[in-house]
Design a protein around this ligand. Structure first.
Ligand SMILES: [Zn+2]
Length: 258
């Protein structure tokens, strides 16, 4: 079962590619050897994790158990002393299901149950047929002492125009209990809705983006395991999000469907 999404990048962005010097452009949107643009799965996963963490803070559901992701893996001696290395399954919630954040985004001690795809370039979205999709932009800095451009300060990057990307998040493990699944999906969907930027560079509004469409794709006889068929309508999402906030009340969801 997959959550499929369409990401609209509405403002210009750097393209990390062979043209750039390392470190000058971020590597959020990159180019494959065949020229195709995409957003690497690992970047998108990190971005969504940040959004989901925010939601958990706002709703008072953050478990303070996933801090380990921010640090190096602890060696044995450190685990006991330091609270920042608490992780679901390690020294926190050992006998319970890992928290929703760990179930979706995985820590060392939680099983991987979701696969994040790369977000693939779909098309440019400029409303103008005559534009140059990927202009190359060259920048330099003149050394005031010599009036010349030192070689180190000359750099070039590709500038991407507004574009649409598509990706998915797939549940690869067998389904947990319905309320756990609702909690996971509710959080993923709410997190997707919270995305507002791609890339590190925020000056001049670069990389402004949002998730335009979300849909649920079911495959191979899994349909019966789901309480509702979710479409991309605000009403459906509200129900799912509400279920998440309430801790997942299945009966209420079915009732509000009709
Ligand atoms: Zn956790």
């Amino acid at each position: 079962m997959r959550i499929e999404y369409t990401l609209k990048v509405e403002a210009e962005y750097h393209i990390g590619s062979g043209l750039t010097q390392p470190g000058l452009a971020d590597e959020t949107i990159v180019r494959r050897h065949d020229g195709q643009l995409f957003i690497p799965a690992e970047y998108f996963r990190g971005l969504l994790r940040d959004c989901c963490t925010q939601i958990l803070y706002w709703t008072g559901n953050y478990k303070f158990c996933c801090d380990a992701a921010l640090y190096k893996a602890p060696v044995e001696g450190e685990m006991v002393q330091s609270s920042v290395t608490k992780t679901c399954g390690l020294n926190y919630r050992v006998n319970e299901a890992p928290c929703v954040l760990c179930r979706i985004f995985v820590t060392t001690f939680a099983k991987k149950s979701y696969r994040f795809s790369d977000a693939e370039f779909e098309k440019f979205d400029c409303g103008d047929e005559e534009f140059e999709p990927v202009p190359i932009s060259t920048h330099n800095r003149i050394d005031p002492a010599t009036g010349r451009v030192p070689q180190d300060l000359l750099f070039t990057f590709e500038l991407g125009k507004p574009a649409i990307f598509k990706g998915y998040i797939e549940r690869v493990e067998p389904f947990p209990k319905t309320e756990l699944l609702l909690e996971e999906f509710g959080l993923i969907i709410a997190g997707l809705r919270l995305i507002e930027r791609i890339g590190k560079r925020s000056a001049r509004g670069w990389g402004w983006a949002y998730v335009d469409q979300i849909s649920l794709a079911l495959r191979g006889g899994l349909k019966d395991e789901l309480p509702v068929q979710v479409k991309d309508s605000p009403e459906d999402w509200r129900v799912w999000l509400k279920a998440f906030l309430l801790g997942g009340d299945e009966s209420e969801m079915v009732a509000s469907e009709g």
